[in-house]
Design a protein around this ligand. Structure first.
Ligand SMILES: [Cu+2]
Length: 103
């Protein structure tokens, strides 16, 4: 645990790996975020992602559960996959509306 906390602190203050161009709002609406699949709950159409910043939701990196809509999106995804995904706030529930394995 002792090495953990400095590592996390370093990650939190680390600058982005590449300079992000100024993104127009229309592009942000469909922005893809990066994450790693931690858990899949297919029966309830839910996925737990450790995700990077989600620009369109103004959300910092964290691990959290998302709804998945449509649930069929989970078909090509498995625990441990690096993914790119799009999430939206739909009726107060953070919902993944697109997801694909990341290269
Ligand atoms: Cu989050």
């Amino acid at each position: 645990m002792k090495t953990w906390i400095p590592l996390l602190a370093a990650l939190a203050v680390a600058p982005p790996l590449h300079a992000e161009p100024v993104t127009p709002p229309a592009a942000q609406a469909s922005a893809m975020s990066e994450g790693v699949v931690r858990r899949i709950d297919a029966a309830n159409a839910k996925i737990t992602l450790r995700h990077g910043p989600i620009v369109n939701l103004d959300m910092p990196p964290m691990s959290m559960v998302f709804r998945v809509q449509p649930p069929e999106l989970l078909g090509g995804i498995k625990v441990g996959d690096k993914v790119r995904f799009h999430a939206e706030d739909i009726d107060g529930a953070y919902t993944v509306t697109a997801i694909q394995p990341a290269p």
